[in-house]
Design a protein around this ligand. Structure first.
Ligand SMILES: Cc1cc2nc3c(=O)[nH]c(=O)nc-3n(C[C@H](O)[C@H](O)[C@H](O)COP(=O)(O)O)c2cc1C
Length: 170
């Protein structure tokens, strides 16, 4: 029997071009719910997620994220922020981001991780308090092109060992 979770991990890929087609509310809700349900260290949940659907907001995001201008063309995007005072906040938020990316993929929705910590302009523009730092923006949309199977990764045995470093897995 196919393992659908593994299939999602195997095939998910960064999507930066989107169809001009709305993502249903139900799917968007599932995506942010997946973030909300993600585990965090000590269950602290030191995060906040802002779902942006309006074109003005998406365009603004595209203009503010140097490495993600394509966010402007997404159907929606999630701004992910973590509490600065939490030393594990980056890890917790990263895990929530992966939850969203995989859940979106399960609905046929492409996404990506855009930007990195310190996006002060995004924080201010979208009203997040100074206690929070924006770690990423996750654009969402149906892929414009077929992107299945285009992953480029280091060879498996270069990054995986069995029992001790350097012993090939198989
Ligand atoms: C922590 C992190 C930060 C990233 N930042 C960006 C970014 O700012 N802009 C972008 O377009 N992609 C970004 N990406 C996506 C990666 O570049 C992409 O996933 C990687 O090159 C592998 O490509 P693939 O997902 O298509 O296999 C980021 C991914 C991660 C995990």
């Amino acid at each position: 029997m196919a393992n659908q979770v593994y299939e999602a991990a195997r095939t998910v890929i960064a999507v930066r071009e989107y169809q001009d087609k709305e993502v249903p509310e139900e799917a968007l809700r599932r995506i942010v719910e997946a973030a909300h349900l993600t585990a965090s260290a000590s269950n602290a949940q030191p995060w906040h997620f802002i779902l942006v659907r309006q074109r003005d907001g998406l365009r603004k995001l595209g203009s503010l994220i140097r490495t993600g201008p394509y966010v402007a063309g997404a159907a929606a995007a999630v701004i992910v922020a973590y509490e600065r005072k939490n030393s594990l906040g980056v890890s917790d938020a990263s895990r929530a981001i992966q939850s969203m990316i995989l859940t979106a993929w399960g609905d046929g929705v492409g996404s990506n991780w855009a930007g990195w910590v310190g996006m002060e302009s995004v924080r201010k523009e979208f009203g997040l308090p100074d206690s929070h730092d924006v770690i990423a923006v996750v654009p969402l949309g149906y892929p414009r092109r077929n992107v299945i199977g285009k992953k480029r990764r280091k060879p498996f045995n270069e990054v995986v060992s069995a029992e001790r470093f350097g012993t090939p897995f198989a």
